[in-house]
Design a binder for this molecule. Structure first.
Ligand code: ADP
Ligand SMILES: Cc1cn([C@H]2C[C@H](O)[C@@H](COP(=O)(O)O)O2)c(=O)[nH]c1=O
Length: 216
């Protein structure tokens, strides 16, 4: 029986790498797959991993219909065994419903990959629908780490290393960016709540306010 699976985690925990590995393993056994992505950092119609792997993908736009696309392909005599869907957090809820129908009505495996929550800890629409519909939700085993060494569970958006909490939900970007650029940093919940990034923690540690002082 086909499955709808959601592989989730923070940014930078290896989701795109796993997506490309899964595609490789299935293709190596003669299975026919299609790769989809949306807003990949490397540009449109691409799936890229920080380990250097990259592949061509079909760019999912707002109006894109997964079910229609697959049905048309099958009607034209094509073979489809599985779909790899990266950056699924950016898909619409309706598109996730279409993916569920591809699984149930066409018997095609759908493997989706994405972050669950945004920089304000709110679910992305695509991720919310996947949590509601997936047969299985798998949290990636490779742990991204907060600067304190704890498992990172949240994504912070930063400007010049300082966490920001205002702005649009979608801003494509990366971890480890240059000063002044908008970027992201993964944090444990405790430090996300306190808005304490690596840079602000470092600055606080150097501040004279926190230097040891003698009690009177
Ligand atoms: N230079 C490196 N050496 C080893 N592993 C790396 C290196 N750079 C990145 N990685 C691994 O790649 C992971 C990020 O993979 P990626 O698929 O791009 O993540 P995601 O899609 O979840 O954002 C990191 O968590 C780390 O495990
Ligand atoms: C937290 C958060 C992230 N994004 C963007 C930033 C990246 O382009 C992607 C995540 O990609 P990854 O492969 O998982 O690293 O999402 C965003 O637009 N809004 C956010 O709140």
């Amino acid at each position: 029986m086909a499955d709808l699976v959601f592989f989730s985690g923070t940014m930078d925990c290896g989701k795109s790498t796993l997506a490309l590995q899964m595609n490789h393993n299935h293709a190596a056994r003669g299975r026919q797959g299609i790769i989809f992505a949306r807003h990949d950092r490397a540009g449109a119609s691409t799936i890229s991993s920080r380990l250097g792997l990259r592949a061509e993908a079909i760019e999912v736009t707002d109006g894109f219909d997964f079910q229609l696309y697959v049905v048309q392909l099958l009607s034209a005599g094509g073979k489809v065994d599985y779909l790899i869907c990266d950056e699924a957090n950016f898909y619409t809820a309706e598109q996730v419903d279409q993916l569920a129908r591809v699984v149930d009505e066409l018997g095609i495996d759908v493997f989706t990959f994405g972050i669950t929550t945004d920089f304000r800890t709110r679910l992305f629409p695509g991720s919310q629908r996947l949590l509601e519909l997936a047969d299985r939700v798998e949290v990636l085993q490779v742990e991204a780490l907060c600067w304190c060494g704890a498992r990172a569970t949240h994504n912070a958006r930063t400007v010049g290393g300082v966490m920001v909490v205002e702005g649009p939900q979608v801003v494509v970007g990366d971890v480890a960016v240059n000063e002044d650029e908008v970027g992201y940093e993964v944090l444990c919940r405790r430090h996300h709540r306190r808005r304490l990034t690596a840079a602000t923690a470092r600055a606080a540690a150097l501040s004279p306010d926190v230097l040891p002082f003698e009690q009177t």
